[in-house]
Design a protein around this ligand. Structure first.
Ligand code: ISJ
Length: 364
């Protein structure tokens, strides 16, 4: 390196040191403010919710709006996501139950949504996540609800019917699957592949062309698949980055999902009604009597009041009153005038109507 370059480098590093010092001071100042907010919340109401999804969504959106680069908006928002997560942990370390085991995409979604300072606790089934939140053992739960390739996760929808919990947020995650092996696996002798049934479905074409003769064994989760192959020299697993890292596996083929836009939407469930953030969604479940034109009658008010539907799912009913059950997502918050008009009209036409929650649209 020339003397000139060395001098430049030194000057730039001094500048970075100076900036880091300023960032450090500012982050500490921000953390102090967050602690004061916690105090105000406590004086106001002893059972106050420290975590405010609508406020966090607003902070992240505003960061993305005012970002001038060179970091892209998402990258910048991710940094702020972690700063907020650490600030919130000062107020109260947030406990989140997720569909486990450790290393699943649901854990990745939980950490994407709440940041790395959240305490994430694995549960072995979706209804256990619901139960844990209902029992107050954790503050929130994270469950998968739909995949862009495979469709809806019925178990999650069904769990909402008998639950008092509300949806407090949503988070979308790009799902990349990899073919993984352990250090003892014989790469060219793979005769068995473990994964979750959904992941097999999402990688079907790739598997058919690359491993047509390998036995496919469906297990409870990708993380479980990753764990299994540690003791089998002829087996591979399909799982994501978190599981690969957790079990120190080698990726022999990356991003093997059939559709490059493969993504899963997860819901955050809690005991909290979330105020409007300015860009929200609402989810409802509606039961209709079995009569001609039921679906048309149900959807008409959305059309009349110009409320955008984002999803309509039908589930068979398990009881007499719930003849047809529709899960409907739409744009807007229950506090919006148009949305409340729609809900009044839908309520009149339905035999049952339950609002599952209004929550900020996923930001990251
Ligand atoms: C500081 C607050 O509490 C929490 C921390 C936030 C933050 O660090 O910006 C935002 C919302 C809350 O989850 C607040 O409500 O403003």
């Amino acid at each position: 390196m020339s003397e000139e370059s060395a001098k430049n480098l030194k000057a730039l590093r001094e500048k970075i040191d100076d900036i880091d010092h300023k960032i450090l001071t500012l982050i500490s100042e921000r953390a102090n403010c967050a602690q004061q907010v916690a105090k105000v919340k406590k004086t106001f109401n002893a059972d106050a919710f420290f975590y405010r999804p609508e406020r966090e969504a607003q902070v992240l959106r505003s960061v993305m709006d005012s970002n001038q680069g060179p970091l892209n908006d998402e990258e910048m928002a991710r940094l702020f996501r972690e700063i907020m997560s650490a600030c919130l942990a000062l107020e109260q370390p947030i406990k989140v139950a997720y569909l486990g085991p450790e290393g699943t995409f649901t854990q990745a979604a939980a950490l994407k949504h709440f940041g790395q300072s959240a305490i994430s606790i694995p549960m072995s089934a979706i209804d256990e996540v619901f139960r844990e939140v209902e029992a107050g053992a954790v503050n929130y739960g994270v469950v998968p609800v739909e995949n862009s390739t495979e469709g809806v996760i019925n178990h999650t929808l069904d769990s909402f019917i008998g639950s008092p919990l509300q949806i407090c947020g949503e988070v979308e995650l790009r799902i990349h699957h990899h073919l993984l092996i352990a250090d003892t696996t014989k790469k060219d002798k793979i005769s068995r592949i473990y994964s979750h049934a959904q992941s097999f479905a999402q990688c079907r074409k790739w598997l058919d062309s690359h491993y047509p003769h390998a036995e496919r064994i469906a297990v409870n989760s990708n993380a479980e698949a990753a764990k299994r192959i540690k003791s089998e020299w002829h087996s591979a697993a399909i799982a994501g980055d978190m599981a690969a890292e957790l079990y120190s596996l080698e990726k022999i083929s990356e991003k093997i999902e059939d559709r490059p836009d493969n993504s899963t939407r997860f819901l955050i469930i809690g005991n909290q009604a979330v105020p409007a953030s300015g860009d929200d969604k609402t989810s409802i479940v509606v039961a209709m009597r079995n009569q001609p034109g039921a679906l048309h009658a149900l959807l008409e008010p959305f059309h009349t009041h110009n409320v955008d539907l984002t999803r309509v799912e039908t589930r068979p009913s398990t009881s007499g009153t719930w003849n047809y059950v529709f899960f409907i997502d739409f744009i807007g918050h229950i506090d919006n005038e148009d949305v409340s008009k729609v809900l009044v009209e839908v309520g009149r036409r339905a035999s049952e109507l339950k609002v599952l929650g209004s929550y900020p649209k996923g930001v990251l």
